[in-house]
Design a protein around this ligand. Structure first.
Ligand code: DPP
Ligand code: ZN
Length: 884
């Protein structure tokens, strides 16, 4: 394997214009006939054609119908002395879908055929120029046994179908839109469907279909509603319409990713399609809505305009995540519900991307090199990439951004484009904007890795009624990038007076005040902003709405944070103030005694939020939830996971006790048992009720007071939807109540045929707060459970990622047993599914910052994996970087 570099990009030697693929589908041996029209690239006359192929058997190569000589080297089919004009190329291969445990290319799941081609799966189906800048139109013929595989699907439109001899049938599909090979898909399986015809604003009719296994049809309504809403939203917001007569979604239970945007035939992990109130929680409903939207939005941002090369992945992913975030905010509705969604998105970014940016896998949003591209489907490319788009949106405004998108499609529709071209289009549509003026500097966000730190220092001059705000920025070194140039950072901000007023913002030298909220642009290492006519010493509210993916190092004392928590106009910064207050106390405990002591002032402030007459329940739930152990660890030079766990558990228990009556009030006010509706308000009420119940159950279990534990068990039994039932079960499990085992058993018996619910059952046990090694022991025992398997990624993740990524106190053990377990599983899974293995491998990214004895033990485990000579490129890349 060799390192692939962005700067080495060259055009392909040939273009493939049309592809006529025919499949004779058999799980053991599938025959693929691939007839292409190929055109030499005039810029590279006479160059040999090197087609990628992996794990397939080549049986025939014809050029313009004649056999030719060829050779296969380094997983490439090499053809020389080809015609200098367009020619026909036919390639026959066979593959064994049932043996394909990697789930990349053509594979079987529950007896059906499915494909996954992004990023490099198409080469596991046929020899091809498997790169996104080679775009062709596809005609696909599928042949399969009629009884076992009654549904035959591929991209585009169905043009023909019928019966064949020997109990087989066939279908022919044509996709009129040229596409890169990674967007190819086929499905042949025994599935049922929900379908609906919709008419769009332009008056066009479309057929929407969702295919699932028999028995899951009653879980498809929410996905269908989400799809219809996505189509309407993209037309309304960006003027982008569905360009196909038919749009299909297929659910499959064995899938590496969340979902895949294949043209007209999205293939989804069941987890992100199936939802009904009885089996899915509110979080699942929200995820289905946003993933359905995400994949649908790719139809324009990804498919119509695709990526020139895989280094440009964020061109489609960052932009599409931004679009699905916007969509979900619009669906949430009220300003407060929008803020809740924003807070959740930022929490995800901080939990996943900030650590990535601070570790061995730190890479720019547009990476410079990779060994395995699958390793770069990261939080940096996706979530930080979305923040880059959001900053552009902030700098040019809503209308300006829409104009920029319009220009982007005018320029690049039908092309394979780059991140540079996207930024250029947004800037060109907004001449004179802050973005256009500083485009080159802004684009450092694409090329420089690391999370910038912004320091703010404010001074109030009472005599001149002036407030000067000094902002400075730095960015830590990352692998291969020892020093950084300043970033262009939009700082949305306001000033809040001690009495709670949000002040008018009047910058020195400007004729008019800017209102109570403005955006400063920090583009130098240090800048000073002076506000005039400031009546009293203010508390600065900076990075409102989290206006840039940076760490704001605040000098604010507790009193200032209490002021923001109580009065800031910006809900994000109210939440942030509470997080900072909690974080500060947790860090103090970790650095000193290990024990937190929550102070009355903090308790009173939290109580005020919890009992606030106007704040939404969803927002309260976020404020009252403590920062995660991982987020606390991010703020420490040396990480002792056990100390962090102890400090956080103590604080949680103290808050459970100190706010006992308030939790009772919150539970009783919000735990209504009415009909289920997945709207933002109802979801918020359930979230707060479940948080309150968890606190009451914890307090009860700890004090051996059976009242609330008993009520929780009753709630678990009586619940009329999965959110409430699972919330009660989680309360029992997380408080280590004696009744938990009985509830777990009952839950398993009740849902044993619902794979996605059983995944939750595993992960709940694997993520329980560790106590005397019980959780780790249970995870090891659960590995032997008859329902457990490493072959289905969702199931494997439900135990292994839950332990290694989400339960630091169970994973990081003084006896190193967690690391031994990790190394064994990485090696074992690498033999089955390298993409899954490399995700698990990343659990050790941060070993260097661990305190002893964890650090040495972790290093030893990494070295043991590194010593294996037959590792996949995927795992090799992660382990090598970690040890570098
Ligand atoms: N299927 C993945 C996504 O939609 C990769 N494109 O993000
Ligand atoms: Zn995507």
């Amino acid at each position: 394997a060799t390192l692939i570099r962005r700067e080495d990009y060259t055009q392909p030697s040939h273009w493939i214009r049309t592809v006529d693929l025919s499949f004779d589908l058999d799980p053991a041996k599938t025959l693929v006939i691939n007839k292409m029209t190929v055109e030499p690239n005039p810029e590279q006359p006479g160059a040999p054609l090197r087609l990628d192929g992996e794990d397939i058997n080549l049986t025939r190569v014809l050029v313009d119908g004649e056999p030719v000589s060829f050779r296969v080297e380094n997983q490439q089919l090499v053809l020389e002395n080809l015609p200098s004009q367009a020619f026909g190329l036919e390639i026959r291969t066979t593959c064994a879908p049932e043996k394909n445990t990697q789930l990349s290319g053509l594979y079987t799941s529950s007896g059906g055929f499915f494909t996954q081609c992004e990023a490099l799966g198409f080469r596991r189906i046929t020899y091809f120029l498997d790169r996104p800048d080679v775009m062709a139109t596809y005609k696909v013929t599928l042949k399969a046994d009629k009884v076992r595989f009654p549904v035959l699907l591929s991209n585009g439109n169905l043009v023909e179908e019928g019966s064949l001899d020997g109990g087989k049938h066939y279908a022919v599909w044509e996709d009129p839109h040229p596409k890169p090979s990674y967007l190819f898909a086929l499905v042949a399986a025994n599935l049922v469907r929900r379908e609906q015809r919709v008419r769009t604003r332009l008056g066009h009719e479309h057929l929407l279909q969702i295919y699932v296994r028999a028995g899951d049809l009653d879980k498809t309504e929410h996905a269908m509603n989400s799809l219809i809403a996505s189509i309407a939203w993209d037309e309304h917001t960006y003027g982008l319409s569905l360009d196909l007569e038919r749009f299909m979604i297929v659910a499959v239970s064995d899938f590496n990713m969340g979902a895949m945007e294949n043209k007209g035939l999205n293939i989804f992990n069941t987890k992100f399609v199936l939802a009904n109130p009885a089996t899915a929680t509110d979080v699942d409903f929200g995820n289905v809505e946003s993933v359905v939207a995400h994949e649908y939005f790719h139809n324009w941002t990804g498919n119509r305009v695709t990526c020139r090369d895989w280094f440009q992945l964020s061109l489609k992913e960052g932009l599409t995540v931004f679009r699905d975030q916007q969509f979900s905010q619009d669906m949430a509705g009220s300003p407060s519900a929008r803020a809740v969604k924003r807070i959740e998105d930022v929490r995800t970014l901080r939990q996943l991307q900030f650590p990535e940016d601070a570790g061995p896998m730190a890479h720019p949003v547009r990476p410079d090199s990779y060994l395995a591209i699958d390793n770069f489907y990261t939080a940096t490319v996706y979530e930080k990439g979305a923040e880059l788009v959001r900053m552009m949106h902030t700098l040019v405004g809503e209308q300006g951004f829409r104009a920029g998108m319009k220009l982007y499609f005018e320029r690049h529709d039908g092309q394979a484009a780059t991140c540079d071209q996207f930024a250029q289009a947004i800037a060109d549509a907004n001449p004179g904007s802050e973005l256009a003026q500083r485009l080159d500097a802004f684009k450092r966000w694409y090329s420089q890795a690391g999370t910038p730190r912004v320091q703010a220092h404010g001074e109030y001059n009472a005599e001149h009624r002036q407030y000067t705000l000094r902002l400075t920025q730095t960015c830590p070194a990352t692998p291969g990038q020892p020093s950084k140039q300043p970033f262009v950072i939009p700082v949305a901000m306001g000033l809040v007076a001690a009495d709670g007023r949000n002040l008018e913002l009047h910058l020195e030298g400007e004729a008019l005040p800017r209102g109570k909220n403005t955006v400063l642009v920090l583009s130098e290492a240090e800048q000073v902003f002076t506000f005039v006519h400031v009546p009293a010493e203010p508390v600065p509210s900076l990075m409102r709405g989290f206006s840039a993916p940076v760490v704001l190092e605040t000098e604010l004392g507790d009193d200032a944070l209490f002021t923001l928590l109580q009065h800031d106009h910006d809900p994000f910064n109210r939440w942030e103030a509470a997080q900072k207050l909690a974080l500060r106390r947790l860090l103090r405990a970790v650095r000193t005694t290990g024990q937190t002591e929550v102070d009355e002032h903090f308790v009173v402030a939290l109580r005020a939020v919890l009992r606030h007459p106007e704040l939404d329940a969803a927002f309260k739930e976020l404020v009252l939830t403590l920062p995660s152990e991982g987020y606390v660890a991010e703020h420490l030079e040396v990480v002792d996971p056990q100390r962090i766990h102890a400090a956080r558990e103590t604080m949680k228990l103290q808050l459970a006790h100190a706010l006992h009556d308030d939790w009772v009030w919150a539970y009783e006010q919000h735990a209504d048992n009415g009909g289920y509706s997945p709207d933002a308000t109802s979801m918020g009420r359930r979230a707060l009720a479940n948080l309150a119940l968890g606190m009451l159950c914890l307090d009860g279990a700890t004090r051996h007071n059976p009242v609330w534990v008993g009520r929780t068990l009753q709630r678990f039994k009586d619940a009329t939807n999965m959110t409430d039932r699972f919330g009660a079960l989680a309360a029992l499990v997380n408080s280590h109540a004696e009744l938990a085992d009985q509830a777990l058993e009952r839950f398993h018996a009740q849902y044993k045929d619902e794979a996605l619910v059983i995944d939750k059952w595993f992960s709940l046990q694997a993520m329980a707060p560790e106590k005397d090694g019980q959780v780790f022991a249970r995870i090891k025992a659960l590995m032997q459970h008859p329902d457990f398997t490493l072959r289905t990624p969702n199931r494997a993740r439900s135990l292994l990622m839950a332990l290694c990524q989400s339960n630091p106190a169970a994973f990081h053990r003084a006896d190193a047993a967690g690391y031994v377990f990790w190394a064994d599983r990485v090696i074992e899974i690498d033999g089955i599914n390298p993409q899954l293995a490399s995700r698990l491998a990343r659990a050790m990214d941060h070993w260097r910052r661990l305190a002893e004895p964890y650090r040495s033990a972790a290093q030893e485990a990494l070295k043991r994996v590194a010593a294996k000579t037959d590792l996949s490129d995927d795992v090799r890349e992660i382990i090598t970087r970690a040890l570098q």
